[in-house]
Design a protein around this ligand. Structure first.
Ligand code: FMN
Length: 150
């Protein structure tokens, strides 16, 4: 399966996770990794599955590297019908009211352009002490296994 992994980050956690996920998945799949800041929304039409890893910053806002992507998505909305996207958030439950809001905003915007959100949006909690890859890898593998059965 062609899997495109995109990250939206402020301080690099989502980028590290993207690299780890790509390394783990590339044994069985073709993977690419890109920063959302360098990504045109149309680029999501290319892969069999897009995995978007995105943190939250400020008051539940998108991290810096996801903001240009969100602006492009709003200004020039592409049709994303049939495009499969799985969204994984990075956040911190200490930010009670805005936990995972960045990834939620992105997932909502993409769904609003017709994309099919696959899998549940899971948010890693930085306060949990768990490593993001320990949650994201089984999450991604379950989504891929589900798609391979269809
Ligand atoms: C100033 C600041 C604001 C944050 N705001 C939120 C927030 O509103 N919601 C949330 O879930 N996490 C919030 N976080 C936690 C980050 O999303 C979390 O640490 C994440 O792992 C950062 O990933 P990144 O390095 O890829 O940006 C915030 C962290 C900082 C330092």
């Amino acid at each position: 399966m062609n899997i495109a992994i995109f990250f939206g980050t402020e301080t690099g956690n989502a980028e590290m996770l993207a690299d780890d996920l790509s390394t783990a998945l590339e044994e069985a799949h073709e993977t690419t990794v890109a920063n959302l800041s360098d990504t045109a929304p149309e680029a999501l039409r290319q892969a069999d599955l897009n995995i978007i890893l995105c943190s939250s910053y400020g008051d539940g806002e998108l991290p810096a590297s996801a903001q240009p992507f969100a602006e492009r998505l709003a200004a020039n909305p592409p049709a994303l019908d049939g495009v499969r996207i799985a969204v994984f958030g990075l956040g911190d439950r200490e930010y009670h009211d805005t936990f995972g809001n960045g990834s939620m905003q992105l997932a909502d915007s993409l769904a609003g352009r017709g994309a099919t959100l696959v899998g549940d949006r899971v948010v890693h909690d930085a306060a949990s002490g768990e490593l993001p890859e320990d949650i994201a890898l089984p999450w991604a593998e379950a989504i891929i296994a589900g798609l391979e059965q269809t």
